[in-house]
Design a protein around this ligand. Structure first.
Ligand SMILES: [Fe+2]
Ligand SMILES: [Fe+2]
Length: 188
């Protein structure tokens, strides 16, 4: 199975390397994997392989969808196609549920593995550079704040993660406040 996980990682990297990777997914997904491992320290019964397949596949279609399309839907399709014939159907279904529900939007994460991935996805934003990246790329402070709030809400799936990240959430909140005060002109 380790070999297939390595192949899945490669499949993700190859797909993203064909793009400009404007959202930094090549940094984001390894950050998600860190959180998967961290959350599993509290929930060791979650199936590591299912969550790892989900982690490497959940954003694979990010740059392939059109406006209005949901990358969770397209990534699920691509995951099924990629894994088909390589592992049993039940495992594929479990991975696909993780991928489909990772945004906690129209489909809620129901299994422990899907909850681990959804929480790891949001937690990764708080330990990564995405908020700063969004600001330097011209997003409004209010937009970044909304994202931070959604991420903070979604890590509530696991109280342990909420406790770990609440101090960092508060620091991001003050950072956004201070950044707003800078009132930086456009860099063009
Ligand atoms: Fe995503
Ligand atoms: Fe993600």
């Amino acid at each position: 199975m380790d070999k297939l996980i390595a192949e899945t990682k490669e499949y993700f990297i190859n797909n993203i390397q064909q793009t400009e990777d404007k959202y930094g997914l090549l940094e984001h997904v390894p950050e998600v994997v860190k959180w998967v491992k961290k959350i599993r320290e509290y929930y060791p019964k979650s199936d590591l392989e299912v969550v790892l397949f989900g982690a490497w596949l959940h954003d694979v279609s990010h740059y392939l969808v059109n406006d209005g399309e949901d990358h969770a839907v397209k990534s699920e399709e691509m995951s099924r196609e990629f894994l088909s014939g390589k592992i049993d159907k039940d495992t594929i279904d479990r991975v696909c549920h993780c991928v489909r529900s990772h945004r906690c939007k129209d489909v809620a994460p129901e299994t422990l593995e899907a909850k681990v991935l959804a929480c790891a996805d949001s937690a990764s934003h708080m330990s990564g550079i995405i908020y700063m990246d969004m600001l330097s790329n011209g997003h409004r402070v209010a937009t970044v704040d909304e994202k931070l709030e959604r991420d903070y809400r979604d890590i509530f799936i696991f109280p342990e993660v909420k406790e770990l990240l609440t101090p960092i959430y508060k620091l991001w909140k003050s950072m956004l406040l201070e950044y707003q005060k800078l009132n930086l002109p456009k860099g063009e």
